[in-house]
Design a protein around this ligand. Structure first.
Ligand code: FES
Ligand code: FE2
Length: 400
């Protein structure tokens, strides 16, 4: 578990990634960016791009999860073109508050300006590409960590020492590259390329559907990060169906009513609902609601509790999932006991999911798997997600 005010670990872990493979992936990404196109994996096939109806559907092909080229392709075709959770309103309340993150491998900073506006920038200095911030925090100005140039909170270069002899050097023309930022229910999102849709459009209807639950009234409590040896889409697929409940999660299956477990879809998200009938705290009564927002955000809602899961691709066979826990009451003794039990039980369920997802990744890489059929009754959410993936791949193909 991590100190909620500190995401240094995130910057430190991602900074330590470049292995030979990560370096190769990085150079491929950069080349794709220079050309303004996604590099198409050689293994990309018609089955990866053609839509199908649920009753006819097959799962995505094994190479979409097992081919290393799909890591870079997913970053460009899916993640660069979607709204990504970047931070939380509680971290960005005051002028100078900022969060750092990565979207599709690009370093991003979101900062609250002196005018109260939230802005997002590439966390990339205009001198020689140094970072403006390495961790979340508060600063009166953004100072590059390489040679110390400083920028206003609005991204304008304000001071660059020892540059007097640089002919034609005009500070007023130098500004950090902006990215789109939008906020919803206390969650702050950013997008590095044009997603072609507003954040409001992506999330339309969720606020009404979860009422009277109001996510803005909840307090942040804890972040837990899990590393797992599987493609990010394996984790998403697994999240999107309750089909595996009786086999993978005996404890959770006793709490939820499998027969009344239902899946619904909207354009950019799907949601699963189940009455909670196990009778033990903190899950006594009420309804569990599991929202999946394409491509990688999960909102797990119980009465008085929100858990967000953000799935971050690290390599074709490695993803990181960040769990943030919010509660309506974090102070009372009774609440603390319920939270401790919630954290324990969620961790148990997550470890069961990691176990099966890592074995599925092995299966996908085995050479023995062809795209299998989906259960229309139980895998509508998987189909919905995979159709959005195919749509993103089609878009990349059409824009070559
Ligand atoms: S790279 Fe930022 S000051 Fe040199
Ligand atoms: Fe699961």
């Amino acid at each position: 578990m991590l100190d909620p005010g500190n995401r240094k670990w995130f910057a430190a872990e991602t900074a330590s990634l470049p292995s030979a493979r990560a370096t190769a992936i990085l150079s491929l990404t950069v080349n794709a960016r220079h050309s303004g196109q996604s590099s198409l994996p050689a293994s990309l096939s018609n089955q990866d791009t053609e839509p199908s109806l649920l009753a006819d559907a097959r799962a995505l092909s094994a190479h979409c999860y097992a081919d290393p080229a799909f890591h870079c392709f997913d970053q460009e075709a899916v993640f660069a073109r979607s709204w990504q959770l970047a931070g939380h309103a509680w971290e960005l309340g005051e002028p100078g508050d900022h969060v750092v993150t990565e979207i599709a491998g690009r370093p991003i900073i979101v900062v609250r300006g002196n005018d109260g506006m939230l802005r997002g920038f590439f966390n990339v200095c205009k001198h020689r590409a140094g970072p403006l911030a390495l961790a979340n925090g508060n600063a009166r100005q953004l100072q590059c960590k390489y040679h110390g140039w400083t920028y206003t909170l609005e991204g304008q270069l304000r001071a660059a020492h020892e540059m007097q002899e640089a002919r034609g050097f005009d500070m007023s023309c130098i500004h950090l590259d902006p990215v789109r930022v939008a906020e919803w229910q206390g969650l702050v999102f950013a997008a590095v390329d044009d997603p072609g849709v507003t954040l409001e459009q992506v999330l339309a209807g969720i606020r009404e559907r979860i009422a009277p639950v109001d996510l803005t009234g909840l307090q942040f409590h804890t972040r837990v990060a899990y590393e797992m040896a599987c493609n990010w889409k394996v984790y998403a697929d697994n999240y999107l169906e309750g089909y595996h409940l009786p086999h993978v999660h005996p404890g959770l299956n006793r709490l939820l009513d499998y027969r009344r477990y239902a899946t619904h879809t909207a354009e950019w998200y799907s949601w699963q609902q189940s009455p909670v009938s196990g009778g033990r705290e903190p899950y006594a009564g009420g309804e569990a609601q599991y929202y999946f927002v394409f491509p990688n955000l999960m909102l797990n809602i119980l009465p008085g509790r929100l858990q967000t899961n953000l799935v971050v691709p690290v390599a074709h066979n490695h993803c990181r999932v960040l769990f943030d826990y919010y509660y309506s009451d974090t102070e009372s003794e009774a609440a603390r006991a319920l939270i401790a039990e919630d954290l324990r039980f969620s961790d148990e369920v997550q470890r069961e999911d990691i176990f099966i997802c890592e074995r599925v990744q092995q299966g996908l890489e085995s050479g023995a798997y062809q795209a299998g059929r989906l259960s229309p009754k139980r895998e509508a959410g998987v189909h919905h997600f995979q159709e959005l993936v195919r749509r993103a791949y089609r878009h990349a193909l059409d824009n070559q």
